[in-house]
Design a protein around this ligand. Structure first.
Ligand code: F6R
Length: 601
């Protein structure tokens, strides 16, 4: 989604802005722009398309400046175009604004401003903010921004510069992430830590309705009544080097190969000792829980589907799993004995944040499983467990998803540890502790998977089938394929085929069968025969111990406990999607229309 960066200091603003925008590219965008203050005038350049269009446009322009703001836009209001790109300017061109989020009441505000004589040049909601700040300006940019936000409804993080106050940047956040980076010779704003990590690791994380006034040698934070706020400096835990491709062609394949480490690091944080311990989560705080809801979007939702099966099986507590955008509009039956688990890699997904807010309003307990320290979801939930995947850059989630599974296994065990037989508990724990090594083994089969991917890369439709936890894996596999290779792919529960979907099978249709659970093997074998006898080309993902398979192609994975297979089967599914997409020549890390952090509802 959109990205913000801003710099004020003694350096070259243009350099820092472009560098920051480059680092934010992974979030997904369709245009980019910057405004800098040069000779006390605002100079703005913005271009539709990739960042290189903006870079070309300013290549020969002298933009010497030590203050500026920049933006990558992911269109919501108005098509991607130069005009709709940010920054947006006030009519007198003295104020420039970048904005992430959505101004829900922009139409009303726009009508009012038009009546007052303001002329709009774009179709965006953001332009309203620039005119409004300009209209309210009477000598203090900070005051004007504070007053303007009182009229804004919706979500926003905003960066503002003004020709009349060239020594400052004003920033504010509400329901959309924004951080401030601190350095000896200058200060930064950004929507995400990677944008500024090469310059500083010292960060202020802004809370909702907080304002930052940045000067080159000082940053002051205010609440909405303009009281100064103290904030502890947060030290970013990762280095800029961790966000390099390290010789891999794409971040996605690098992140797939980082999974053994991500699993190990996550396990080390929760399950290595005698007991299962998960950051701030304590069993005693949860012993009255009699119902659980797991809520997330996309891959996080798919992890939740596995979570439901293991929590119900091991801890014997009923679990509902919901897509966040559905959960918030369906009046779920939540009370104080309910636990709401929010799963989100980024911790900033707008729909999942809304689900968390709904849960908090009803008084249930809330638990965040997230990969992003200091993210909105991590700060607002009652309990938090951090997956230790390390920063994930590629839009398609791989290592973050796999560590969400690990977190859910650990949590199911934590809930079960006083209910389960000791032997069973130890046995499951021991199997979980082997998963990182088993994933490493699957990664050695990379070449076989690449060969299979080449065979199916030109398909129009691909189907995934599975039962039990492997149905959830089938859904994740189909999502991974469609998002990066643009091949239509659907997942079906094996037993559902005959209720409709089997009508789609014809000669040569590719079906990927995830057949992992020995208790369901016979049933799955029948489902596979049903599609094979109608001409399907079947690719099987099966444990090493399964014999007599009748597949056109087979991908073997190590044996484990039935509930743990999603960790192992997700790896070949990721590799298959990756190699199909690269075979088609697509930009795997930045698939069309998608964004890494979905900060609008
Ligand atoms: C799929 C993918 C998305 C995310 C979804 C939720 O590969 O990455 O489906 O899983 O947008 O994002 P988070 O986990 O950040 O809430």
């Amino acid at each position: 989604m959109c990205g913000i960066v801003g710099y004020i200091g003694e350096g070259n603003a243009k350099k820092y802005l472009l560098q920051g925008l480059e680092k934010l590219e992974y979030r997904g965008y369709d245009s980019a722009g910057i405004s800098v203050l040069q000779d006390d005038k605002i100079v703005t350049v913005k271009k539709k398309g990739p960042l290189k269009n903006l870079k070309n446009a300013i290549k020969n322009v002298d933009l010497t400046s030590d203050v500026g703001i920049g933006h990558t836009r992911w269109a919501t209001h108005g098509i991607p175009s130069d005009k709709n790109s940010h920054p947006h300017l006030s009519e007198d061109k003295k104020i420039s604004v970048v904005h992430n989020g959505i101004i829900e009441n922009y139409a009303v505000l726009k009508e009012d401003l038009i009546k007052k004589g303001y002329k709009f040049v774009s179709e965006t909601d953001t332009e309203v903010i620039a005119h409004l700040i300009s209209h309210l300006y009477s000598g203090s940019l900070l005051d004007a921004v504070i007053s303007a936000t009182k009229q804004l409804k919706g979500s926003y993080s905003i960066g503002v510069i003004s020709q009349d106050e060239p020594d400052k940047i004003i920033a504010v956040r509400k329901d959309s992430p924004l951080i401030v980076g601190l350095k000896d010779d200058g200060n930064f704003i950004a929507s995400d830590i990677p944008a500024i990590l090469s310059e500083t690791k010292d960060i202020y994380i802004l809370n909702d309705n907080e304002f930052a006034l940045l000067k080159k040698d000082k940053v002051t934070l205010y609440d909405e009544r303009k009281n100064e706020i103290e904030r502890k400096i947060y030290k970013a835990e990762f280095d800029d080097v961790t966000i390099q491709k390290d010789g891999y062609d794409h971040f996605m394949i690098k992140e797939i190969f980082e999974q053994p480490k991500a699993i190990k690091d996550t396990l080390l944080s929760c399950i290595m000792g005698e007991k299962v311990e998960m950051d701030s989560i304590k069993y005693d705080n949860l012993k009255d829980i009699n119902k659980i809801f797991i809520v997330g979007c996309g891959s996080a939702y798919h992890a939740g589907l596995v979570g439901k099966i293991v929590i119900e099986k091991w801890a014997k507590i009923p679990v509902n799993v919901d897509i966040a955008s559905e959960f918030i509009y369906r009046n779920p039956l939540i009370d104080k004995n309910t636990l709401l688990i929010l799963i989100s890699q980024s911790g900033e997904t707008a729909d999942t944040i809304s689900a968390l807010k709904l849960g908090k309003k009803t008084g249930c307990k809330t638990l965040a499983i997230t990969n992003a320290m200091g993210s909105t979801i991590s700060r607002e939930a009652d309990f938090v467990f951090y997956t230790r995947a390390g920063i994930e850059i590629s839009v398609a989630s791989t290592k973050a998803y796999i560590t969400q599974l690990i977190a859910l296994y650990a949590f199911a065990l934590l809930l079960a540890q006083k209910k389960m037989e000791k032997d069973e508990f130890e046995n499951i724990k021991a199997e979980i502790l082997l998963l990182d090594k088993k994933v490493s083994k699957i990664l050695l089969d990379d070449k076989n998977i690449k060969t299979i991917a080449k065979k199916i890369a030109n398909e129009k439709d691909i189907f995934y089938i599975g039962r039990g936890v492997s149905y959830a894996s089938a859904m994740e596999g189909a999502l991974k394929l469609k998002e990066i290779s643009y091949i239509h792919s659907e997942a079906y529960a094996g037993g559902e085929l005959k209720h409709g979907p089997i009508a789609l099978i014809e000669n040569g249709t590719v079906v990927i069968a995830i057949n992992t659970d020995k208790n369901l093997k016979e049933k799955m074998d029948n489902n596979i025969k049903e599609v094979a006898s109608r001409g399907a080309y079947v690719i099987g993902i099966v444990p090493e111990s399964f014999k007599n398979s009748n597949y056109n192609d087979t991908i073997k994975i190590p044996d484990t406990k039935p509930e743990l297979y999603p960790v192992l089967s997700s790896v070949p599914l990721q590799l298959l999607s990756y190699y199909v997409a690269t075979e088609k020549g697509y930009d795997v890390d930045k698939p069309r229309n998608l964004a890494k952090s979905v900060t609008v509802e």
